[in-house]
Design a protein around this ligand. Structure first.
Ligand code: SF4
Ligand code: FES
Length: 373
């Protein structure tokens, strides 16, 4: 077997603990307990191995990575391994002294999550009063002169405010604003009825983003991550399975994507047992859907198979029970009717109250379920 090309990015999930309870959380349904988290020394070893393997960029993420008191030591370890570090945070807990310690340790940029431009709506979606902390965090990043990015998960409750969200990002000094339409696996699947937008909402939002993009050219970059339920086109999830990046979970499990731990047939390797080099090059988990040889059905002979890699394995599993099937988001998939039925279901009429409730993410939300408004 020839070795695959090296990875260039590593998503380091330092902890699954988080002050927010977002209804679309992309962390696994089973969260890793704090007592099982890798230590700072273990992370330093992972980052050293990652650099040897070819990784040049790491996202320090979670949960909320600021909940790790040893975060600056982990940043310093990445810096000394020669890896660029970006902090992915809710902003809760990012004080000026903390920012200064992280910048001194070598942190290169910060990506801040935002739920809405309206403070009350943002707090309601997050299931936690956090908007004011985000605003303070943005100012602290700006004062530290680090590049700031915003990431926003778009869904039924904030798509109509996308123009205001872009304006907020620009006012806060963001250089890059990632507008990612919600993906339905993991926790988001539980909230699909409440989160699924209408086709009209999406086309209005797309037009707004296009026009803001022209206005902001040269000032801020707007990234629009497509709503694959609606476009009939599978997304090239993770740039391909085991192709460009890997995810290390808080307990050292290594995955080809953050959601892959939910796939029943995946034997998840762990950095506590094996080297990162073996995991990337030789583990069954990373080779299961790598390349195109595993493909059957319409993907097998499709000219787009090197472009979208058959779409998302986690979505194929979530919707059909079989991760090896063509992603049902693709119009050529024999299962595409599943997605079409879901995409056509909502209307512009307000749904009944029950459909507008979120099941908030745990592990210990103040209240398990809250109604809108
Ligand atoms: Fe992509 Fe497979 Fe659909 Fe072809 S059939 S466009 S490879 S998902
Ligand atoms: Fe796992 Fe797409 S999210 S492959």
């Amino acid at each position: 077997m020839t070795s695959p090309p090296p990875p260039w990015a590593l998503l380091a999930e330092l902890t699954h603990s988080c002050p927010l309870h977002c209804p679309y959380c992309s962390n696994p349904l089973e969260l890793v307990r704090r007592s099982r988290e890798l230590s700072a020394e273990e992370w330093a070893d992972v980052l050293r191995q990652a650099a040897e393997l070819g990784v040049v960029h790491t996202h320090l993420s979670g949960g909320e990575p600021l909940l790790r008191p040893d975060l600056a030591a982990i940043v310093a370890a990445a810096e000394s391994a020669g890896i660029y570090t970006q902090l992915v945070t809710s902003g809760v807990g990012l004080s000026a002294p903390r920012m200064s310690a992280l910048a001194s340790a070598g942190l290169r940029s910060v990506q801040l999550s935002v739920q809405h431009a309206d403070p009350a709506a943002s707090d309601r979606i997050a299931g936690h009063r956090s908007f004011a902390a985000k605003e303070r965090a943005a100012a602290v990043v700006r004062d530290a002169e680090l590049p700031l990015g915003l990431n926003v998960v778009l869904h039924r409750d904030n798509l109509d405010a996308v123009g205001d969200i872009v304006d907020l990002g620009v006012a806060w000094g963001a250089e890059r604003i990632e507008l990612a339409n919600v993906q339905f696996y993991g926790w988001a699947l539980r909230n699909r009825t409440a989160l699924l937008p209408t086709r009209d909402q999406l086309s209005r939002a797309r037009e707004t983003v296009e026009s803001r993009r022209k206005q902001l050219a040269g000032t801020a970059e707007l990234v629009w991550v497509v709503p694959d339920y609606f476009d009939g086109v599978a997304k090239p999830c993770m740039g391909g399975w085991g192709a460009v990046s890997l995810t290390v979970a808080p307990d050292g499990g290594v995955l080809p994507c953050p959601a892959a731990g939910a796939l029943p047939d995946l034997d998840v390797p762990n950095v506590r047992d094996r080297s990162l080099e073996w995991i990337w090059n030789s583990s069954p988990a990373f080779n299961l859907y790598r390349g195109t040889e595993w493909m059957s059905g319409p993907c097998g002979g499709c000219p787009r198979r090197e472009t979208d890699f058959g779409g998302c394995r986690c979505q194929a599993h979530a919707l059909t029970g079989d991760a090896a099937r063509t992603d049902p988001a693709c119009a050529l998939s024999p299962d595409h009717a599943l997605v079409r039925a879901l995409a056509e279901a909502p209307s512009d009429d307000p749904p009944p109250d029950d459909a507008r409730r979120y099941v908030y993410r745990g592990p210990r939300p103040a209240r398990r379920e809250r109604s809108r408004g």
